[in-house]
Design a protein around this ligand. Structure first.
Ligand SMILES: NC(=O)NCCC[C@H](N)C(=O)O
Length: 256
């Protein structure tokens, strides 16, 4: 019995043309990125997830960052409307896969914009980053959709960072790991545990005590272990060159 489905999408040949907004562009080694993606998929499978692939969208350089295309909450899939227009064609493949997975499907409608990377779900609270990709209309639409599942949306203004989950994510016990200078941390309404590595605030709880994080955050991996969790470390250096992190390479759909 698996923990549920982990959606992923393989990188295409145009990966190196992916968007960069807050960092300088550097060369992406696509062959290495493919190997890292394979290891990422293997880590999810090893942790008990059924890895299911969304059909490639090789015309879209950023399609590998599948998290941005859908927000899954219980049996509901909210297809997003990414803030970067060139990423909107990525949605069709995701829609097909979440329908096949049996989820109810709704979508963020124009003119709202929302990226899945801005949506951090902790219990029944859903923090949503307001920044370059997600706007107030997108937050309002998501709030209305998720209210049907008993969730409360809390908008969180961002500073110089791509997505909310580039700046804060949660451990399995709800502890928030963050770089508080990157966003309006007071808007969360609860304290955060500051980390001292940028990649340290990107973690994905994989079930039980397992916590996925990037090899570029060794001090945070040690902290996670000290706190009683088991770090699962993956090297995603080629994705980090495109402002990607461990969260954005998958969408976890726990078994209902
Ligand atoms: N959720 C995420 O952290 N997504 C990363 C997206 C990176 C991509 N290069 C972008 O700018 O859209």
């Amino acid at each position: 019995m698996t923990r549920g489905i982990a959606l992923v999408r393989r990188p295409g040949d145009r990966l190196t043309d992916g968007l960069v907004t807050h960092i300088a562009r550097s060369d992406v080694d696509v062959a290495r990125a493919r190997r890292q993606h394979e290891a990422y998929r293997a880590a999810l499978a090893e942790a008990g997830w059924e890895v299911r692939e969304v059909a490639p969208a090789d015309d879209c350089p950023d399609a590998v960052f599948v998290e941005d295309t859908v927000v899954v909450c219980d049996d509901l899939a909210v297809l997003t409307r990414p803030g970067a227009p060139q990423r909107r064609p990525e949605i069709a493949g995701t829609e097909k896969t979440v329908r096949e997975a049996g989820l109810e499907v709704v979508r963020v409608e124009a003119p709202g914009t929302l990226d899945g990377g801005d949506v951090l779900q902790v219990g029944t609270t859903v923090y949503v980053g307001l920044g370059g990709r997600t706007d107030e209309e997108g937050v309002a639409q998501l709030g209305a959709r998720l209210a049907t599942r008993g969730r409360t949306v809390v908008p969180v203004p961002l500073r110089a960072v791509l997505h909310l989950k580039s700046a804060v994510t949660a451990l399995p016990d709800g502890t928030l790991l963050a770089l508080p200078e990157l966003f309006d941390a007071a808007a969360l309404g609860q304290p955060v545990r500051a980390v001292d590595e940028e990649a340290g605030c990107h973690v994905v709880p994989l079930g039980d005590d397992l916590v996925l994080l990037a090899a570029s955050a060794p001090r945070t991996a040690a902290l996670v272990a000290e706190l009683g969790f088991t770090p699962v470390v993956v090297d995603i250096s080629e994705y980090e060159k495109l402002e990607g992190c461990v969260t954005c390479l998958s969408v976890l759909i726990p078994r209902g």
